[in-house]
Ligand binder design. Structure first.
Ligand code: ATP
Ligand code: MG
Ligand code: MG
Length: 383
């Protein structure tokens, strides 16, 4: 039957958990590779899961034996293990795509060949102060020093305001492979979820993302006060960027909207993405539904990716106390049209994503008014 193939997922965090929620509704078995009791495993009772890490080749091999198609909720996986098992099991998106994308510098070098606009950047070869000072002269200050690999939630970025910051920047990112980016003076950050299927590249509407301390805090769907022409251009740019990679599934594309209304790519993820959580309530098919369908070659009516009603997503991020996320979420219980998603990660750590809340309404203004009391609560609980 169409739903008999088993899906293997590298990683059982909140993204894997929401993939399992979608798979469950279609009676599709998802086998998770992660630690026991990881968030995704908690809502999926069967004996097909694998205990271990998506960085361990043996564990990836074991998962491959039990599945028809393998996907990943995170890009920081062992792509050499994926390359090896790709002869026996389908890997979506391709291990080549994940390998190129997981290194932000390689990702940008690849996308450059396709004419995707990006901030000018330079690779560091020796990670010395002299080398970075020379790059600073070329790119100007401020510039963003970035780790090429293992970056998430801004952990891997350091803003270098002047030559004087160079020693501190290199210390903060020491022992990591680095490149540096010219500062992007954006007026807004936008994101588009792209779904690559066997014969199509589809996209969800353009959303506005607001980061605080480099972590995504709020997502507005659609982006506020952005003309439809820019919404369409952003979707087209996102689809063009994703088309540069092989394989099926969801890709998250982050962009900067500059002062002159031009668009620039910030980065791309080879997976379902935080900027697409709003699609659970905001669209007929969520990014998780679409990802499962795309990797199994099941139909995705493009109309199901259109916005049903304005939506705002607020991340519930760990604050000063281990239960801050529960206190914040308690306030959401009384907000009309608020859909609460807790990830069941245990005690909160500062800066850790513990859950999210999405509010939908007939107008964006109404959604903003409804969610504001919760934004106020979250702001008072910051670590
Ligand atoms: P994610 O959690 O999205 O994977 P990340 O750690 O990979 O994040 P980036 O997406 O590269 O980091 O950057 C995080 C944030 O830092 C961006 O959303 C943006 O707000 C800011 N930023 C990144 N690059 C630049 C730049 N060149 N100029 C100005 N701001 C930037
Ligand atoms: Mg990133
Ligand atoms: Mg990012």
């Amino acid at each position: 039957m169409w739903n008999s193939p088993k899906v293997g997922i590298l990683g059982g965090g909140q993204l894997g958990r929401m993939l399992v929620e979608s798979a469950n509704r279609l009676n599709i078995q998802a086998n998770i590779l992660d630690a026991d009791n990881s968030p995704a495993k908690q809502i999926s009772a069967h004996d097909g899961h694998v205990t271990g890490s998506f960085k361990e080749p043996d564990a990836v091999r074991k998962l491959a034996e039990t599945c028809d198609v393998i996907t990943a909720e995170i890009e920081h996986v062992d792509t050499y293990a994926l390359e090896e098992v790709a002869s026996k099991v389908r890997v979506e998106p391709s291990w080549q795509a994940i390998r190129t994308i997981q290194n932000k510098f390689n990702q940008k070098e690849h996308l450059r060949k396709y004419g995707i606009p990006m901030a000018d950047h330079r690779e560091l070869v020796n990670n010395t102060p002299e080398e970075l000072a020379q790059i600073g002269e070329q790119l100007g200050y401020p510039m963003m020093l970035k780790s090429k690999t293992m970056a998430y939630d801004g952990r891997g970025n350091f803003r270098v305001n002047s030559k004087e910051d160079i020693p501190e920047a290199l210390e903060a990112l020491k022992d990591r492979p680095l490149y540096s980016e010219k500062w992007a003076y954006f007026k807004m950050e936008l994101a588009v979820m792209v779904i690559k299927t066997k014969d199509d590249v589809l996209s969800y509407p353009t959303v506005e993302t607001v980061q605080e301390d480099s972590i995504c805090k709020l997502v507005y769907a659609p982006a506020r006060n952005v003309p439809d022409a820019i919404n369409q251009q952003a979707q087209a740019l996102a689809r063009k960027a994703v088309s540069a990679f092989e394989g099926k599934g969801a890709f998250g594309v982050e962009m900067f909207l500059l002062e002159d209304n031009s668009l620039m790519l910030c980065e791309l993820a080879s997976r379902i993405h935080n900027s697409g959580h709003w699609t659970i309530e905001g669209c007929a098919l969520s990014q998780f539904d679409s990802h499962i369908r795309a990797i199994l070659d099941l139909p995705i009516p493009p109309k199901s990716l259109e916005l049903l009603q304005p939506s705002i997503m607020l991340n519930i991020i760990g604050g000063a106390t281990p239960d801050s996320h529960l206190q914040a979420t308690q306030a959401a219980l009384s907000i009309p049209n608020a859909s609460i998603h807790l990830y069941s990660k245990g005690a909160a750590k500062p800066g850790r994503k513990m859950g999210h809340v999405t509010v939908t309404a007939a107008t964006m203004h109404e959604a903003e008014t409804m969610i504001q009391p919760l934004v106020d609560v979250v702001d008072t609980m910051r670590a």
